[in-house]
Design a protein around this ligand. Structure first.
Ligand code: DX5
Ligand code: ZN
Length: 216
């Protein structure tokens, strides 16, 4: 299966959200990547339920909801109810990760775990069979437009061998500073879902940038 592209709505034009959602619908993108930030787990505050409801109204592709919030277990049902299809929670944000992952799956959503840059992939050993996806941050989360960190490649390789060793088909998603310069190496290292915010939305032709990433 070819890799998937998930444009990050954080970089969209919120005054033209319907237009940007329709652009993603009509593009080669696979999912909508939705970043929720609470000003505690990460220094920035992004958007919450009302905006996600608005996106859901127009989106014809799955919503991949990335929760950068403390104690995400408090809000899982609510995100599922407003239309999340995939929910990912940070390993660093929830004390009882297994319980939170189970909670996500109980809503019918697909569940994923996110790791900060310096959290080693080895912490996932036991939870991997429960995960539809692992999201590796390739920046410090909180803001779009940051520089991609090279240490990501070796983390992807290690994680892919852990997944293979357990005979799983867990997705590996990469988020932060993804562009046409690093996309191929990310895929070759074992990633199969690429998130891209600035690279797509800050360009003259977002739909074409999505196609370029998809064709890599
Ligand atoms: C940042 C978010 C990312 C962000 C990526 O914490 O998780 O999804 O939108 O933006 P770019 O692609 O601009 O680095
Ligand atoms: Zn994200």
């Amino acid at each position: 299966m070819s890799h998937l592209i998930a444009p990050s709505i954080l970089a969209a034009d919120f005054g033209n959200l319907q237009r940007d959602c329709e652009m993603v619908n009509n593009s080669d993108a696979d999912w909508f990547h939705i970043d929720v930030m609470d000003g505690h787990f990460v220094p920035n505050i992004s958007y919450g339920m009302p905006v996600i409801k608005a996106i859901k109204k127009y989106a014809t592709k799955p919503l991949d909801v990335h929760l950068m919030i403390e104690k995400p277990e408090r809000y899982i049902e609510e995100f599922a109810n407003i239309g999340a299809d995939i929910i990912t929670v940070h390993y660093e944000s929830t004390v009882h990760l297994h319980r939170t992952i189970t909670q996500i799956k109980d809503t019918g959503c697909k569940a994923g775990v996110v790791l900060n840059l310096t959290t080693p992939v080895s912490v996932l050993e036991d939870i991997l069979p429960q995960c539809f996806m692992v999201l590796l941050m390739s920046i410090n989360p909180g803001f779009g437009g940051q520089k991609f960190e090279e240490m990501t490649y070796s983390k992807i390789k290690k994680l892919r061998s852990m997944i293979n060793a357990q005979n799983l088909n867990t997705h590996i998603e990469i988020d932060g500073g993804v562009n046409d310069k690093n996309a191929r190496k990310l895929i070759e290292s074992g990633a199969d879902v690429l998130v891209a915010g600035s690279y797509v939305f800050k360009s003259e032709n977002p739909s074409q940038k999505i196609s370029e990433l998809k064709l890599i």
